[in-house]
Design a protein around this ligand. Structure first.
Ligand SMILES: [Zn+2]
Length: 64
């Protein structure tokens, strides 16, 4: 049993939004390899990069 679950990052874990499973987002490179861009939730579509960033490209709840 791990004592510090709150310390775990979102990497390969559960979605912080809906608790669903997350999968790696991979991109093919021109060198024939793959690079992991981040992780995406299969349930709600939430995704996060390996680095800490704000997904400004996505609008979850538009302010109107
Ligand atoms: Zn989710």
């Amino acid at each position: 049993m791990r004592a510090r679950e709150s310390d775990e990052k979102t990497s390969a874990g559960l979605c912080p939004v809906c608790g669903g499973r997350t999968e790696k987002i991979r991109n093919l490179t021109v060198y024939g390899g793959t690079v992991t861009r981040g992780y995406r939730c299969k349930g709600c579509g939430y995704w996060t990069g390996l680095k800490r960033r704000v997904p400004t490209l996505y609008i979850f709840s538009p302010k109107s």
